[in-house]
Design a protein around this ligand. Structure first.
Ligand code: 5RP
Length: 228
């Protein structure tokens, strides 16, 4: 699969969300950070804004739910128009049931792991998912420094995906930029969320293209991709 670049609207101007969504034409997905001020110490947006965004852009929405009780709320984000819904392993009461419900409603099901959450306990659950998100910062805010200590976890996750022969996307989120994306791609990521690196650029659409080029060239030389 080609590298996918998903701009995070957390770094966009929230007063001009529709324009900001259209400013990243050519992006694979628009990453929508939903924060409830309980699971993370920040508050962003909810279902009505996702419904409006889905009408405002042709780019599919990748909703990242940084919230408590995703078992209750995630299905509503599918109904609001999200094409992919990510819940946190640390917050879900019944992750298998929830992933199946998201898929049954017609969206891609994805699960996120905070930096201190290991991937190994979830090995048997991976076939239930379409994507796994390895957080490369503590969730809650854009513009944080990339955590290099997450690279071994990205590698281990890629090994589990290969071991089980899964068609599972591996997303990274937090501090992804021109200076870090190659390390992520070499370690095994194939979906890259970038907030400040895209919306902080003079030309966000060009920033998306440049990040994709960098990721694809790093992937081409990576051992995990050559083994496919
Ligand atoms: O989930 C997030 C924070 O919890 C954001 O998606 C992420 O931080 C993107 O911002 P940046 O690329 O600036 O780090």
């Amino acid at each position: 699969m080609a590298a996918q670049i998903n701009p995070s609207i957390l770094s966009a101007d929230f007063a001009r969300l529709a324009d900001e969504a259209r400013a990243v034409q050519g992006a694979d997905w628009l990453h929508v950070d939903v924060m409830d001020n309980h699971f993370v110490p920040n508050l962003t947006l909810g279902v009505p804004v996702v419904e409006s965004l889905a009408r405002a852009t042709d780019t599919p929405l990748d909703c990242h739910l940084m919230m408590e009780d995703p078992d209750r709320w995630a299905p509503q984000y599918v109904e609001a128009g999200a094409g992919s819904v990510t819940f946190h392993a640390e917050a879900a009461a019944a992750p298998v049931r929830l992933a199946r419900e998201i898929r049954a409603k017609g969206a891609r099901a994805s699960m996120a792991l905070k930096p201190a959450t290991p991937v190994e306990p979830y090995e048997d659950l991976l076939p239930e998912l379409d994507m796994i998100l390895i957080m490369t910062v503590e969730p809650g805010f854009g513009g944080q420094a990339f955590l290099d200590i997450m690279l071994p976890k990205i590698r281990r996750t890629r090994e589990l995906i290969s071991k089980h022969g899964l068609d599972l996307w591996l997303q990274v989120d937090g501090g992804v930029s021109a200076g870090t994306i190659e390390r992520c791609a070499e370690a095994g990521a194939d979906v890259f969320v970038a907030g400040s690196a895209v919306y902080g650029a003079d030309d966000p659409a060009e920033a998306v293209r440049a990040l994709r080029t960098q990721a694809e060239s790093a992937t081409a030389g990576a051992a995990w991709a050559c083994a496919h």
